[in-house]
Design a protein around this ligand. Structure first.
Ligand SMILES: NC(=O)c1ccc[n+]([C@@H]2O[C@H](COP(=O)([O-])OP(=O)(O)OC[C@H]3O[C@@H](n4cnc5c(N)ncnc54)[C@H](OP(=O)(O)O)[C@@H]3O)[C@@H](O)[C@H]2O)c1
Length: 431
């Protein structure tokens, strides 16, 4: 008889799907600080529909989108899904994972039960009218972030994905290492390689905000792989050291400047002059670090409101500011004069295509891109890790949690640097 529920780390026979599973769940009434928004609950394992793959999650990656999910802002993801007709009154987040294919739906051909996979975090409807007309699926009206806008993410024993989200797990990596990189690496890859003619060029400087964060750590390395010159912005010497170790040519400590936030009104000449003086000093610091004192041809943005005016100012003439997020706020100002007279480009960029996800997986498998796992803790710590991310106190790199893996050595790779929180639940059999 099929067992109802297995403990974390206690694996059912391969392919046997229990009725219920442990999950870290967000509910509407708990929206708020991430530390309290997540709670472990037992919920039904989702049904496997045609084209679906059910993955037994070994480890899950932590991303900023579930800080937003926990806060219930700027999007109440549960209400939004219910408006689309989905019945669940809870959110299971998690847009990154590594695990084992446990069941496949009708029509799935590319993966089989037992495959070790890493998952990518974007879904779309392959039958959508715009995709059939040739629109990039990532830009389709049917597109949504799995584990954020779409339920049954990786913060549970089982995750439900579409077949095209599965990529081969780089064999040398531990489960936690394999789980931590896809969202940040693929997003940075698209920002740096997906918007021709503004792709990384040999010798050309790229300015990277939050160089020690997840996206930043990946962006520094990808810029180097394509011969560009990465410059990283950080907020402490330790974070600067991390960026230099990854190959940044130089780092700038943003705490030495004070012109952050929204632009002063153009009519307030005194405030505008003070802003320009500080931005100019920042641009000089950038020039001091680049070959031939060039300004960056690409500025990699995700910080948003606090930094966008500076990004537009410091970007080279005919260069591109490419933005994938708004950590500090969504109302970004720009002085339009710099946009048109200097013919700059402001480009939105969102996650990545299947091909871009596969490209970063292959770079990781070839040991050219380090997933930069800095923290791997137990399942119970999911709320705490998101809280640390929200407060910008996570160590540099990417973070992961162990779900069914009970030891970070499980994938066969080197041990990760474990934080002080217990990574292995006491008494669990090791996988
Ligand atoms: N659209 C997409 O598909 C996509 C995918 C991935 C991520 N994102 C977005 O990208 C952003 C970054 O994600 P992440 O995973 O890299 O997060 P992260 O690991 O927390 O890194 C964020 C970095 O931002 C920097 N930062 C924080 N406050 C700042 C401020 N006021 N000014 C300048 N820099 C500041 C911090 O570096 P310092 O304090 O050292 O400067 C930190 O390392 C998030 O908003 C996320 O939602 C979007």
């Amino acid at each position: 008889m099929r067992r109802q529920l297995y403990e974390l780390g206690e694996l059912p026979p391969l392919g046997e799907v229990p009725e219920r599973m442990y999950a870290q769940v967000i509910r509407r009434e708990r929206y708020g600080e991430p530390a309290r928004a997540f709670q472990v609950e037992v919920v039904d394992v989702p049904p496997v529909r045609p084209g679906d793959v059910l993955v037994l999650v070994m480890a899950a990656g932590i991303n900023y989108n579930n800080v937003w999910a926990a806060l219930g802002q700027p999007l109440d993801v549960i209400t939004q899904r219910q408006r689309r007709g989905e019945p669940e009154d809870f959110h299971i987040g998690g847009s990154d994972a590594a695990g084992i294919v446990w069941a496949v739906g009708e029509g799935v051909r590319q993966v089989s039960v037992g495959d070790h996979v890493v998952l990518s975090g974007c879904q779309w409807d392959e039958q959508a009218a715009d995709i059939r007309l040739g629109v990039d699926p990532v830009a389709s009206t049917s597109q949504g972030a799995w584990g954020y806008e779409i339920n049954y993410g990786s913060f549970a024993q089982f995750a439900r994905v579409r077949e095209y989200q599965c990529h081969p797990k780089p064999p040398q990596l531990s489960w936690a290492e394999a789980a931590c990189f896809m969202v940040t690496a693929a997003t940075a890859y698209r920002q740096l390689c997906g918007w021709p003619p503004h792709v990384v060029r040999p010798g050309a400087p790229v300015l990277i905000w939050g160089g020690a964060g997840g996206v930043g750590s990946m962006a520094i390395q990808i810029t180097r792989i394509f011969g560009g010159v990465p410059l990283a912005v950080v907020s402490s010497p330790e974070r600067g050291q991390h960026c230099l170790r990854l190959g940044a040519r130089g780092v700038i400590d943003r705490t030495e400047f004070d012109h952050w936030g929204r632009l002063p009104s153009a009519e307030d000449t005194e405030a505008a002059a003070a802003w320009t003086a500080s931005a100019r000093a920042f641009a000089r610091r950038v020039r001091d670090l680049t070959p031939g004192r060039a300004l960056p041809r690409i500025v990699l943005e995700h910080t948003g409101r606090d930094t966008l005016p500076t990004s537009m100012y410091v970007c080279d003439n005919a260069g591109m500011v490419v933005i994938c997020g708004g950590t500090t706020g969504y109302n970004g100002d720009l002085d339009l004069r710099f946009l048109w007279t200097r013919q700059k480009r402001l480009q939105g960029s969102h996650y990545a295509s299947v091909a871009e996800c596969r490209a970063v997986t292959e770079l990781v498998a070839a040991k050219r891109l380090d997933p930069c796992l800095s923290v791997a803790v137990g399942f119970d710590e999911i709320g705490a890790l998101h809280q640390q991310m929200y407060e910008n106190v996570l160590p540099p790199g990417n973070a992961a949690v162990l779900v069914n893996a009970t030891s970070d050595l499980a994938g066969g790779g080197p041990p990760a640097v474990l934080s002080s929180a217990p990574a292995v639940p006491a008494g669990s059999p090791s996988w």
